[in-house]
Design a protein around this ligand. Structure first.
Ligand code: NAP
Length: 276
């Protein structure tokens, strides 16, 4: 078994994920795994970074596919005995003018951004080694979408005692409510992406709390973040940050030094803790 530290970035064949891998290859003292649901796109991205003189490793990972997540889990367990850095970056967003029915957009967006990310956490968080760092890439849109929720929902999403099961029930209810066209009456904002990212931010707060309760002595730090508005296929060419600039906050959180005890369980943008 290798004692080399190991970092994994989900959805890293392009965009911000690829830039996070690039930065980690330069700054993380260990093996860095670029992962992609499509091996062809993943290997092409590895080749691109190799051209830049970097040495990322590759593993397939589709966060929508539990078997794929478990294959990565077993590989990490066997080869490294665990994991030091996990960046949950993979995500999707429908374009603003996409005509796909809202209920379908809700189901598909929540499936990857919330349920897929949660499944990765369920399988990989138990593997985190002491002083491990976990970064869940959320969005400022989670904050604005929270502001668009009913007072009752806002209270639930800001609660310090909400459980993962309760959060899953709420995310499932959103999808069901969109199918019945009652989501706005039920207090939800009209954004599937925004609700999915509320899920990611709240999940991060819950997971950090559980780490405090169950693994305090392991000094693991887990945070949600916004990368900013970044020029990628998702956000388009008018966005203000380059992918490398978008990677800065996730990489800062992934490389928090071993003597740091904060931030933890926070929502961070531009390397600054934001109110939730
Ligand atoms: P992007 O260029 O569209 O890249 C998204 C990445 O996620 C791609 O590698 C994509 O793979 C991957 N992915 C999607 N579904 C996946 C799945 N089921 N399993 C594994 N990988 C999957 O988007 P981006 O702008 O870099 O976004 C990265 C993250 O930042 C997302 O979580 C996004 O919500 C968040 N974010 C972005 C912005 C922004 O302004 N760009 C702002 C706030 C937050 P494929 O190539 O196979 O599709």
């Amino acid at each position: 078994m290798s004692s080399v530290p190991v970092a994994v970035v989900t959805g890293s064949n392009k965009g911000i994920g690829l830039a996070i891998v690039r930065a980690l290859c330069k700054q993380f003292p260990g093996d860095v795994y670029l992962t992609s649901r499509d091996p062809g796109r993943g290997q092409a991205a590895v080749a691109q970074l190799q051209q830049e003189g970097l040495r990322p490793l590759f593993h397939q990972l589709d966060i929508d596919d539990l078997q794929s997540i478990r294959a990565l889990r077993d590989f990490l367990k066997e080869k490294y005995g665990g994991l030091n850095v996990l960046v949950n970056n993979a995500g999707i967003a429908f374009k603003v003018h996409d005509t796909t029915p809202f209920a379908v957009q809700a189901e598909v967006t929540l499936k990857t951004n919330f349920f897929g990310t949660r499944n990765v956490c369920t399988e990989l968080l138990p593997l985190m080694k002491p002083y491990g760092r976990v970064v869940n890439v959320s969005s400022m849109v989670s904050s604005s979408a929270l502001g668009g929720c009913s007072q009752e929902l806002q209270q639930k999403f800001r609660s310090d005692t909400i459980t993962e099961d309760e959060l899953v029930q709420l995310m499932t209810k959103f999808v069901e409510d969109t199918k019945k066209s009652v989501h706005q009456k039920e207090g939800w904002p009209n954004t599937a992406y925004g609700v999915s990212k509320i899920g990611v931010t709240v999940l991060s707060r819950i997971q950090a709390r559980l780490l405090n309760e169950q693994r305090k002595g392991d000094h693991i730090l887990l945070n949600a973040c916004c990368p900013g508005w970044v020029r990628t296929d998702m956000a388009g060419p008018k966005a203000t940050k380059s992918p490398d600039e978008g990677a800065e906050t996730p990489v800062y959180l992934a490389l928090l030094p071993s003597n740091a005890d904060a931030p933890h369980g926070q929502f961070v943008s531009d390397k600054t803790v934001r109110p939730w």
